[in-house]
Design a protein around this ligand. Structure first.
Ligand SMILES: *Cc1c(COP(=O)(O)O)cnc(C)c1O
Length: 383
């Protein structure tokens, strides 16, 4: 049975062109970029080229890109690094109730260090109101962190408007753009952000590598101490193959983003329409239009999301319930709770996240299979 992979928000397969670009950097051009000799200089040049590609994708300068081990480290470095470097100015952070755990837990850590954190809520579609962010700001606020798009429900936030508020008040502004970079336009000046987190494996690159954009002049401290790599912000020998992979993935995304987005949006809309029409007592979570091109998050009454995801898997369809990180927990996701989705519906939620390789016939298979699974599970749950 051919597998249908619809969990691209959790991770994407590496593009074969990305793997091809990485391979020479394991055993052939394997030098340490800090070495003086030519093998080292070769690696150094390759890393510099990758940095330019990542910078170009988000409209930054290459010296504003810090390579990290992924989205989680980028979020940690942004929040803890800026928080701790600016605590003399104030100890207040404004963020939202729908952030990824990497942001949420970094803020919680700073709370234990004496910071105050204000969580701005969202409306029923998962949208943050920029005015609420403005109201949450105090003279003590040093950092605002709002994700570009939500990984569970796909809602895209009004980042540029929040960026204006941050700039007016001279407050640093971070966005977790892990779900958007490479998929929809995410230019740092248009968004008005000072810090932006990227993970390679969410844009057809390898796992375990990412980047943090840090606007020039941003006060930030490192929590990785050692050699002075990455302008002193991220000591340790560079993950050269990984960085090359991220660079190539960024380059491919820049060239192919528009076509990919059109393709995926069309499949997404087919799937949303098909499932809502075929299954009674079903609703779409997240904003109808301010939405990632690849996200379909639906709640099905009277069924457990975990049972849905397991049944789908038995039929060769990979989807996810809530977010991958906490899928073993039976409590409804904090994101669906923040949207005000009633507990019973939130527990019956499934996320399909599409990718560039998905086809119409795969979507048709899901539209045929999923309603059948729901009927079967509902019949059992009503015994
Ligand atoms: C996947 C993801 C992360 C974490 O990225 P890793 O590279 O897995 O650490 C952070 N934020 C969002 C929105 C994500 O989707």
């Amino acid at each position: 049975m051919e597998k249908v992979y619809l969990d691209h928000a959790a991770t994407t397969p590496a593009d074969p062109r990305v793997v091809e670009a990485m391979l020479p950097h394991f055993s052939k051009s394997f030098g340490n970029p800090s070495s003086m000799h030519s093998l080292g200089q070769e690696a150094r040049t390759a890393v510099a080229e990758a940095r330019e590609k990542v910078a170009s994708l988000i409209g930054a300068a290459s010296d504003e890109i810090i390579f990290t081990s992924g989205g989680t480290e980028s979020d940690n470095l942004a929040i803890k690094g800026v928080g701790l470097a600016n605590s003399h100015r104030g100890k207040h952070i404004v963020t939202t109730s729908v952030e990824h755990h990497a942001v949420e837990e970094s803020c919680r850590y700073l709370e234990k260090q004496g910071f105050k954190v204000t969580l701005v809520g969202v409306d029923k579609d998962g949208l943050v109101d920029p005015r609420d962010v403005g109201k949450a700001v105090t003279p003590e606020t040093i950092l605002i962190s709002v994700m570009h798009a939500n990984n569970e429900v796909g809602t895209i936030q009004p980042i540029a408007e929040i960026g204006e508020i941050a700039r007016e008040r001279s407050i640093y502004f971070h966005t977790d753009a892990v779900q958007t970079v490479g998929h929809i336009p995410a230019k740092v000046d248009e968004l008005g952000v000072d810090l932006l987190a990227i993970a390679a494996h969410k844009l057809y690159g390898p796992k375990g590598v990412g980047a943090l954009y840090v606007r020039r002049g941003t006060r930030i401290v490192s929590f990785m101490h050692g050699g002075g790599q990455e302008q002193g912000l991220r000591a340790s020998t560079e993950n050269v193959p990984g960085v090359i992979g991220l660079g190539r993935a960024a380059e491919i995304a820049q060239a192919e983003m528009d076509a990919e987005s059109r393709h995926v949006t069309r499949l997404r809309d087919r799937l949303i329409k098909g499932l809502l029409e075929r299954i009674p007592q079903t609703r779409l979570n997240g904003h109808l239009t301010q939405r990632l091109p690849n996200n379909v998050n639906i709640s099905v009454a009277s069924v457990e999301g975990a049972a849905l995801a397991v049944s789908l898997d038995l039929e060769g369809i990979a989807a996810s319930t809530g977010s991958a990180c906490r899928s073993e927990a039976m409590e409804p996701s904090h994101v669906l709770t923040a949207l005000g989705v009633p507990g019973e519906l939130a527990r019956g939620s499934v996320r399909f996240s599409l990718g560039k390789h998905n086809t119409d016939s795969e979507i048709e298979r899901v539209m045929e299979t999923f309603p059948r699974i729901v009927s079967r599970l509902r019949a059992v749950s009503h015994v």
